[in-house]
Write a protein that binds this ligand. Structure first.
Ligand code: GLN
Length: 386
């Protein structure tokens, strides 16, 4: 008996494990390989010494929620009430899981877009609901809003969007948000907006958050992550922002799921945000430099590099070098080139023939350079073999 018969260990975990076993460079699972700001380490020690070592409040500590409210006002010009609209969660994954459990139940439908982050559908299934997966097809990965409209039914409870998009590296536009708002207007449908890469939007563009869209903000749960913003994925501290009635439902699940989040970490993050309220501001430039470095070193290698408009990933297109089949190609990159990547097939219900794999660019410049060298040499070997 299994409630998730088709689910194995995630592609991220498997790729990281195999990269360790084979001594490959790990550009697969999305996490930085450089040090975090030592000030965060100090502030965690300060919080523990000060005695913040027992349960935190279920909703999150008030100092942290107040800092989050200030950050949201700064980023999106939206006034959010920390008391009734912000919940601190165990990373974004818990925020997504708890939201889905709170909103969708037996017989309900949830719309998600493929390639879909791997935690979405299992969370929907565990809620007893059905996940309707609509394709975003490479190379543009663009939304077909007419199809979305046709896919909505009386049973639809939730539409799940993600921007900047992991793994497509695309960003949603203001026009897309308007189309989504039109599609769900007058219906009892909520939106779950996974915005964990909110600060990693490139080339001077502005992140189109649902929190900036008055109609969507009224019925959305927007999900964010300190792991991404502080370059520290091990913190596992995220938060969900939603209007009071949705927040109340979300908290009913959160309190029985993770109950409350590591108290000293919440204190440390609040203190860090007090010192650096503009923490998100430099992220786009920081990762854009890495993106551009990797793109420049791979230029002329034989791999094509689809545009990356956001996230800390870059797709690598091997279509000129090998036949479609990203699972097989990722395996070759791992075993023959010594570079772990993430294929996109696991993110699709019905995968198209794919010629792209995902690279994580949240790495030291030396790591990126070494990976590019290995990838370039492998491309050279493939091209010579014709
Ligand atoms: N968010 C990470 C990624 O996309 C994976 C996190 C995980 O392994 N669950 O690579």
């Amino acid at each position: 008996m299994s409630k998730l018969p088709n689910v194995g260990t995630t592609v991220f975990t498997v790729m990281s494990r195999r990269a360790r076993e084979l001594g490959a460079l790990n550009l697969g699972q999305g996490f930085p390989d450089y040090d975090i700001d030592p000030r965060i380490t100090e502030l965690v020690a300060v919080a523990m010494s000060a005695g913040y070592n027992q349960y935190a409040p279920m909703e999150g500590t008030m100092p942290l929620r107040e800092r989050i409210a200030a950050k949201l006002l700064r980023s999106y010009g939206r006034k959010v009430d920390p008391e009734s609209e912000i919940t601190v969660t165990l990373g974004a994954t818990e925020a997504i899981y708890s939201t889905i459990q709170a909103v969708a139940g037996s017989g309900d439908e949830v719309i998600a877009f493929d390639p879909a982050y791997d935690s979405y559908e299992p969370a929907v299934r565990l809620a007893g609901a059905r996940c309707i997966r609509l394709p975003l097809t490479p190379p543009s990965f663009s939304y077909d809003w007419d199809r979305v409209r046709r896919s909505l039914s009386e049973r639809t409870r939730l539409v799940l969007i993600n921007s900047p998009h992991n793994p497509a590296c695309t960003t949603i536009s203001d026009d897309d948000l308007d189309r989504l708002a039109d599609a769900i207007r007058g219906r009892n449908i909520a939106v779950l907006s996974d915005e964990v890469y909110e600060h990693v939007v490139y080339d001077g563009r502005r992140h189109a958050s649902v929190l900036r869209h008055p109609q969507l903000a009224e019925r959305s749960v927007a999900v964010f992550s300190f792991g991404k913003t502080l370059h520290a994925t091990g913190l596992r501290v995220g938060y969900a922002v939603a209007p009071p009635p949705l927040t109340a439902e979300l908290r009913k699940v959160h309190q029985f799921n993770t109950f409350s989040i590591a108290h000293p970490l919440q204190h440390a993050i609040a203190a860090y945000l007090a010192e650096k309220p503009d923490i998100g501001d430099g992220l786009a430039a920081f990762f854009q430099a890495k993106r551009d470095r990797l793109r420049a070193t791979l230029a002329g290698s034989g791999f094509a590099l689809p545009p990356a408009r956001g996230t800390y990933f870059q797709l690598l297109d091997f279509g000129e070098l090998a036949p479609p089949g990203d699972l097989a190609f990722a395996e070759r990159l791992l075993t023959e080139a010594g570079v772990a990547t993430i294929p996109l097939t696991p993110f699709y219900e019905n995968p198209p023939p794919l010629t792209v794999v995902r690279l994580c660019i949240a790495k030291r410049d030396e790591t990126l350079d070494r990976a590019a060298e290995r990838l370039g040499a492998f491309a050279g070997r493939l091209a010579r073999r014709g």
